[in-house]
Design a protein around this ligand. Structure first.
Ligand SMILES: Cc1cc2nc3c(=O)[nH]c(=O)nc-3n(C[C@H](O)[C@H](O)[C@H](O)COP(=O)(O)OP(=O)(O)OC[C@H]3O[C@@H](n4cnc5c(N)ncnc54)[C@H](O)[C@@H]3O)c2cc1C
Length: 432
């Protein structure tokens, strides 16, 4: 029997340390640092860099990366348990060197970058001296990448990029962007695009608008609308083969999606903790909220959803480790991705309701988390698309039944059973 829900004692001890460290040292930083990704902010650097050093000293830096890149090469299951602890805090992923989109971009560079690109971009990225951006979505539509219009044309030993990109997160702080562009217009759609490393200070890269989202308090929006006009990068900035952009993108999206889910478990856990505390602290009509059955239902429903989701995430992480091939776990990752927004939305909504007017105020984070649930349902692919992918995978291999009625209707099953057990039934009838 291989099923086991216990954590090894040494791992449990490490997780306890992480939990305590995040609660006491990192969460207070969230209250004063505007954006933990902004490596140019002196307040951020004064507060976050010493914490990063503590994490390095504890040997917990960038645990998602292999030892050759300065990480620990933790499997996804162990990362899931770690990321649950980090998910409660905005800054914690940065403090532990595993923040999106840098974690995924680092994986792409490690897989496909030349030595020069690794030296120039990957090393400082992994050290969090710089941050990066993944620039793929276009203003006319993100869900259908086969319709992307940004082009890259080889001119001598340089690629020339032209087009527009929308919602390029962290472009505001990034030192480089990974850009998807059409290089093979005549090839089938999934073989038509390639990925490029583009330095952020390059001529021809125009910041059209800084886009903000509801619930975030930064003075400047961190998702940028970008225009690339005759942006020239060296030929070596192509990542992977020409036309292999979709395959390269999958290197980061699989891991990225499951890591968001692991952190969401932490966020929902945090909402649940606050709901319980309020329910036992607040009284109305002579009894605690916790004594009202409808409040109890909210507590019970939240725990059930959280634990169901957590087990799905952990099982998916386990399968990633088991097969070491993202193609074999794509459906599992889609399931996790599709479930995530609703779990966060439901938990945040109930947390608001239990806290009443305080819950809806900006003095508590739940309103932001409601909006965050929509982020989860869009970033890295809309929920609908993941559900479709999942359903297609689940239906694959299921054969159609012949006949007007399916063979599993009760009259058919009963007739078959009567045939099979005819002797026993006849003997029983004789005895009567
Ligand atoms: C917080 C956040 C961060 C992001 N960061 C980045 C980033 O760093 N880099 C980047 O490149 N992009 C980023 N994005 C963009 C993200 O990838 C897109 O939002 C996503 O791919 C959907 O594209 P869209 O917004 O253009 O929506 P559209 O493609 O216009 O889709 C809108 C809606 O239409 C429906 N829909 C679409 N297709 C289907 C379908 N096949 N079947 C059924 N219904 C469908 C869905 O309800 C969907 O939500 C980010 C988005 C968010 C919210």
């Amino acid at each position: 029997m291989g099923w086991d829900f216990e954590t090894d004692p040494d791992v449990a001890q490490e997780l306890d340390w992480v939990d305590e460290f995040v609660r006491t040292e990192v969460e207070p930083v969230d209250e004063v640092v505007t954006h933990a990704w902004d490596v140019h902010d002196p307040v951020r650097n004064a507060l976050i860099k010493p914490l990063q050093q503590v994490v390095r000293d504890k040997n917990l830096w960038a645990c998602h990366l292999g030892p050759e890149l300065g990480g620990k090469g933790y499997g996804q299951l162990r990362l899931a348990l770690l990321n649950e602890r980090l998910g409660r805090s905005h800054s914690a992923p940065v403090v532990f060197g595993c923040q999106a989109p840098d974690s995924g971009n680092a994986e792409i560079l490690a897989h496909y970058g030349t030595n020069h690109l690794k030296k120039t971009f990957l090393e400082p990225l992994v050290a969090n001296e710089i941050v990066s951006c993944f620039s793929m979505t276009e203003p006319h539509g993100g869900s259908d990448p086969t319709g992307f219009r940004t082009t890259a044309v080889l001119d001598g030993d340089e690629w020339v990029i032209n087009g527009e990109k929308w919602f390029s997160s962290h472009a505001l702080f990034a030192d480089f962007l990974i850009v998807m562009a059409v290089t093979e217009p005549d090839a089938p759609p999934h073989r038509s695009m390639s990925m490029f490393v583009v330095p952020a200070d390059i001529p021809g890269l125009e910041r059209v608008r800084d886009v903000s989202v509801w619930g975030h308090e930064e003075p400047v929006g961190t998702h940028q609308y970008l225009r690339y006009t005759d942006v020239r990068v060296p030929a070596e900035n192509l990542l992977g083969e020409r036309g292999a952009g979709f395959a390269v993108a999958q290197t980061r999206l699989g891991g990225g999606r499951i890591h968001h889910a692991m952190r969401t478990v932490g966020l929902v856990g945090s909402a649940f903790e606050m709901m319980k505390r309020r329910a036992v602290s607040r009284t109305t009509k002579g009894e605690r909220l916790a004594d009202k059955q409808l409040v109890q239902e909210m507590i019970a429903d939240t725990w059930i959803q959280l634990e169901q989701f957590r087990l799905l995430v952990l099982r998916t992480a386990w399968r990633i480790d088991r097969y070491n091939d993202y193609r074999k776990v794509r459906a599992d990752i889609s399931a996790v991705k599709a479930a995530m927004p609703k779990v966060l939305l439901d938990a945040s909504s109930r947390a608001i309701q239990i806290h009443g007017s305080l819950g809806i105020s900006t003095e508590l984070p739940f309103g932001k988390w409601v909006m965050e649930s929509f982020h989860m349902g869009l970033a890295d692919g809309a929920t609908e698309i993941h559900k479709v992918n999942l359903a297609q995978a689940l239906l694959r291999g299921t054969e159609p039944d012949d006949g007007l009625f399916p063979p599993y209707i009760r009259p058919t099953l009963r007739a078959r059973a009567h045939d099979r057990f005819a002797e026993v039934l006849a003997a029983a009838a004789d005895d009567d």
